[in-house]
Design a binder for this molecule. Sequence first.
Ligand SMILES: C[S@@+](CC[C@H](N)C(=O)[O-])C[C@H]1O[C@@H](n2cnc3c(N)ncnc32)[C@H](O)[C@@H]1O
Length: 291
Amino acid sequence: MSRNLALDLVTRLPTDASAEITCEDNLTYMRRHENESMQLIVTSPPYNLGKEYERKTSLKRYVEEQAACIAEAVRLLHPSGSICWQVGNHVDDGEIFPLDVILYDLFKRHGLFLRNRIVWTFGHGLHCTKRLSGRHETILWFTKSDDYIFNLDAVRVPAKYPEKRSFKGPRKGELSGNPLGKNPSDVWDIPNVKNNHVEKTEHPCQFPVGLIERLVLALTNEADRVLDPYIGVGSTAIAALKHNREAYGCDSEKKYIDIAWERIHALRAGTLRTRPMDKPVYEPPRRRVDQ
Ligand SMILES: C[S@@+](CC[C@H](N)C(=O)[O-])C[C@H]1O[C@@H](n2cnc3c(N)ncnc32)[C@H](O)[C@@H]1O
């Protein structure tokens, strides 16, 4: 085998018919792909906190690195496609820096349009002693044009009062809501992946698959390509493959890519457990307090 062919195989594998997930720096990975080839680019980058998978650097340098990755993502985005950048806070010396606020301009300088700033809330996390405990992060959803895929019916959720009927006007007596359910709104209460979560792996900050399933269903059609340039243990790939989309992604840590492939194989074997996308959040029964 020639040296070039061998190198080619090393950089391209592992891939299969509908997934290409590799251990690689994301700029190198993305530069191999064609302009406008991805329908959805959804990711959560490091927050520059000094986690096990990142080296803490200055905020200025961090933003420059994000700018380079975002520029490549915009190049790869299909004209009817969406970019969803999921972020929380950078924290330095007790001060918080909301990354959606800091990164917003990096998308706007490419002429993208913000469609929603989705608030993802969850019940568990660090208990802060000198500020309120953080229980939400955000997803900036941008499109490249006004002509973008948005499949609302695919992500409707049960209405609170499905039996409610119009009480006046030409539709008097008819059901007033959409029988398929209501718009899920821009506030999503989905448990984050902590130790007792069914999807937990050794990654310290993985996406719940259900969070990404909703984006995949709303913003792509079957057979479309979904890319995550910071794919970690492959949660985005799982969400894409579950719904018959093609999955693309990379991570610089080999141990996470190995887990991503284990999860993909388990999904295909029908043994991967994921939390159902629209499962209501568990509310523990309230203890009666006797007066
Ligand atoms: C917040 S985590 C994403 C986790 C992912 N959403 C999941 O569900 O597993 C960020 C990931 O980016 C990876 N990473 C950091 N810098 C990278 C780079 N330059 N290229 C590719 N991956 C990188 C880290 O190894 C880490 O797994």
